[in-house]
Write a protein that binds this ligand. Structure first.
Ligand SMILES: Cc1ncc(COP(=O)(O)O)c(C=O)c1O
Length: 487
């Protein structure tokens, strides 16, 4: 199967043209030799710019167009747009393609920051749905079909429904049913598929956004699909979304100096997934399942498996994600993360109070997974010798506050800093969130309540990482300025 973009760039470099154009490092000759020698001549020879033979991501008519068409075919989309601004850029494009100032968009409360950025840029009003919280793991899952139905019944005029599928932890909702419900209301479904590029290429993995009939999906090829960091795609289905508008918005959000290293790596990652994905992923799933079994034999360790399926929010899951609950080791997830780093030279994907998350990908073998199993076995043995109390789970989520101003109006308004203890009734101009479960307590434009302040205080007391405001000590908070009447 061909890779027109990679081939085109490579052939151009092999001709060794005399370059009187940027980048000024000119195949590495004009750059620091230590860096040049470290990263290698080939990478620098294809670090090129959008000269005529290499097409232009902003107006693709040549090799980029061909590569995007092949990607659309591989991902079951009608159109694919390459992103050199990560999935964050693709997510912002999706939202800004369907929302104008004042429009409603239905989103889960535990969204990635790029979604809130797009809501601010577009001037849309978010209608939040609470994700389901898993009380045993202390993490949030996706949204249920029931909550989507309820949100659309109340807001049938929404311009879009955004779904995170699968979640960071690899849990999927019933996306096909969610799409069916949204389409009944003629509302397009936009999927944050940052953690699901591979699921399209194996029949035992959850349905991908395009397979489920969604209208757009922002997909991180770089996270789990083998392309270089920062390279992602935006898949679009014909019908409810204008591909011309998508092209012009992604272009507005994209650098004019697009990296051909990133673009060529998208082209080759697509070829590998399309031609060998099923086989490679079969091996990856087997490796992950073996590792899961070995981890579950370690006292005090629980690695989540299919037993969590069946709840409305846990319709399906990606077994290549190892959610490892360490709460019975009398250590927090972040303590385990640090010990793995310091003692065993192992880096995990993330940790929170109760869990660590490890991803098994096409790049792993038994050598790596054995190191993880051995290290956790050792930590488990040591933890049994301590008399430290187990971590008690206490995860709940406060009510979603009233939105008084659109996040954009709050973002651009005049603000002032006041004491947090005196902020009840004021409109906040910052974010405050707690992790886990990663759900904002307050977003710009919402009215602060006493319940919010109590919740923040309780979480800080329990040692949970409450984050967001400029003042990390939580003494003060930035709110919208109030103008008093002149006496
Ligand atoms: C759920 C989710 N959405 C979107 C993104 C953004 O992806 P990118 O880093 O490719 O911009 C991330 C990144 O971690 C994510 O976890």
């Amino acid at each position: 199967m061909s890779t027109p973009l990679f081939d085109g760039v490579r052939k151009h470099a092999e001709k060794q043209p005399v370059q009187f154009h940027i980048p000024g490092h000119k195949k590495g000759s004009g750059m620091d030799p230590e860096f040049r020698n470290y990263i290698g001549e080939n990478a620098l020879a294809i670090d090129l710019i959008n000269i005529a033979p290499l097409d232009d991501l902003h107006h693709p008519h040549g090799i980029i167009k061909e590569a995007q068409e092949l990607a659309a075919e591989a991902f079951g989309a009608d159109y694919t747009f390459f992103s050199v601004q990560g999935t964050s850029g693709a997510i912002m494009t999706m939202i800004m393609s369907v929302c104008s100032p004042g429009d409603k968009i239905i989103v889960p409360r535990n969204v990635h920051k790029s979604i809130m950025s797009a809501i601010i840029f577009s001037g849309a009003n978010p209608i939040f749905i609470h994700p389901e919280i898993d009380p045993n793991l202390g993490i949030s899952h996706g949204i249920t079909t029931d909550s989507v139905e309820k949100a659309l019944e109340t807001h049938p005029d929404a311009k879009g429904l955004l779904v995170i599928n699968p979640t960071y932890f690899g849990i999927s909702g019933n996306l096909q049913k969610i799409v069916e419900i949204a389409h009944r209301y003629e509302v397009p479904v936009l999927v944050d598929e940052a953690h699901g590029v591979h699921i399209h290429f194996h029949d035992e993995l959850p349905l991908s956004a395009m397979q489920a009939g969604a209208d757009m999906a922002a997909t991180s090829v770089h996270k789990l699909g083998g392309s270089m960091t920062q390279s992602s795609i935006l898949n679009v289905k014909k019908g409810m979304v204008s591909p011309q508008r998508v092209q012009s918005i992604i272009s507005m959000l994209t650098t004019t100096s697009t990296s051909y290293l990133l673009l060529a790596s998208l082209d080759t990652a697509r070829r590998r997934l399309a031609t060998e994905g099923q086989q490679l992923l079969t091996n990856t799933i087997q490796l992950a399942e073996q590792t899961r079994k070995q981890l579950n034999d370690i006292p005090g360790i629980y690695c989540v498996g299919r037993e969590i399926l069946g709840d409305k929010a846990t319709y399906d899951f990606d077994p290549t994600k190892l959610i490892i609950s360490v709460k019975d080791l009398s250590m927090t997830g972040s303590e385990v993360e640090n010990l793995l780093r310091e003692r065993y030279n192992i880096e995990v994907e993330l940790s929170d109070l109760y869990n660590i998350l490890c991803i098994i990908s096409l790049g792993d073998t038994k050598t790596e997974t054995k190191k993880l199993v051995d290290a956790l076995t050792q930590l488990s043995l040591e933890s049994r010798d301590t008399s430290k109390p187990k971590h008690e789970m206490n995860v709940y989520v406060p009510r979603i506050p009233t939105l008084a101003l659109s996040p954009r109006d709050a973002f651009y308004a005049s603000t002032e800093v006041i004491l947090l203890s005196q902020s009840v009734g004021r409109i906040i101009a910052e974010f405050i969130m707690v992790y886990p479960p990663g759900i904002p307590i307050l977003i710009p434009g919402e009215i602060i309540t006493q319940e919010n302040l109590d919740y923040i205080e309780e979480n800080i007391k329990e040692g949970l990482p409450v984050q967001g405001p400029e003042d990390e000590t939580f003494q003060t908070i930035r709110v919208i300025k109030e103008f008093k009447a002149i006496k």
